[in-house]
Structure formats: structure tokens, C-alpha cells
Ligand binder design. Structure first.
Ligand SMILES: [Mg+2]
Length: 156
């Protein structure tokens, strides 16, 4: 089975690297970036299952703006927000914008793994529904899926 792919987006480099390393130790595919812009670039290059996204980041794109872009580029990716006590309101806004859940810093790694497992579960269930729907379409309308060749109706 392919491992789950996680993108960690946080401008606090120490925190970001610690999380990425601990995820890697658990054989998860984790990549860290430090800005919204870099997160968007990473998502344009590769598919991810879960994005761990810091709400407070300096520079051009804040967390909510980044979240909107993430959902536009990869609508099926599950986003877990990282927030401070002072920005819980922003996290609520983020959940309205399609984030899966949020975690308040400082984060216990066990809590992070727990929420991540829930996000993977949701993503996997969603992916499998889409796969099933595609299989149903394939069975009912093979030519719609594979394309129609002129010779398909002829005996051979
Ligand atoms: Mg930050």
C-alpha cells in the first residue's frame, strides 16, 4: 500500500522540521515548507492526502488565503489547521472554508497523530467512493470512459 502523504506548512522552522522528522520515523511521506506560496507550489507539483497548515504566517499569504488556494488546487486534500489560543476564531473560519479540523499549539504529538488518522480515514473513504463511482461508470458506459472507436460495434 502507498503511504500517506503529508505537507507540513509552518514558518517556525524548528517546529516544522520536528514534525516532519517524527512523521518520517513513522514511515509517512512528509514534506515541510515555510510559506503559503511554497505550499501552493508543492501542491501543484504533487498530490497529498493531508496538509498541516499553520494559520499565522508572515508574508504575502496568510493561513486562510492559503487554505482557499489549497482547496482550489486539490479539493480532496484534508487540511488540519495549526493555531494559537489567540486565533481560534480564524480556525473556525477555516473550518467553514473546508478545513477538516484544527489543533491548538503547543501540540501534543499523539493528538496530532490522532487527528491525522481521522483525516486519513475521511480522505480514504472519500477516495474509495470516487473509485467505486468510476467503476460503476466504467461498467455502464465503457465507451464514455475509454472513448469510442468506430470499429467497436463490429464483430471481429
Ligand atoms: Mg506561524
Amino acid at each position: 500500500m502507498n503511504t500517506f502523504r503529508i505537507l507540513v506548512v509552518d514558518d517556525e522552522i524548528d517546529f516544522q522540521e520536528t514534525i516532519v522528522n517524527r512523521l518520517k520515523k513513522r514511515n509517512l511521506h512528509a514534506i515541510g515548507v515555510a510559506s503559503g506560496e511554497d505550499a501552493i507550489q508543492a501542491l501543484e507539483d504533487e498530490l497529498y492526502d493531508v496538509v498541516l497548515l499553520d494559520i499565522k504566517m508572515p508574508g504575502g499569504m496568510d493561513g486562510i488565503e492559503t487554505l482557499r488556494e489549497i482547496k482550489r488546487i486539490q479539493p480532496l486534500v484534508e487540511v488540519l489547521l495549526l493555531t494559537g489560543h489567540a486565533s481560534v476564531e480564524t480556525s473556525i473560519e477555516g473550518m467553514k472554508q473546508g478545513a477538516f479540523d484544527y489543533l491548538i499549539k503547543p501540540v501534543k504529538f499523539d493528538d496530532l497523530l490522532n487527528k491525522m488518522a481521522q483525516a486519513f480515514q475521511k480522505k480514504a473513504a472519500h477516495d474509495s467512493k470516487i473509485r467505486d463511482a468510476k467503476i460503476q461508470e466504467l461498467i455502464r458506459y465503457p465507451s464514455r470512459v475509454f472513448g469510442q472507436e468506430e470499429e467497436d460495434g463490429k464483430d471481429f
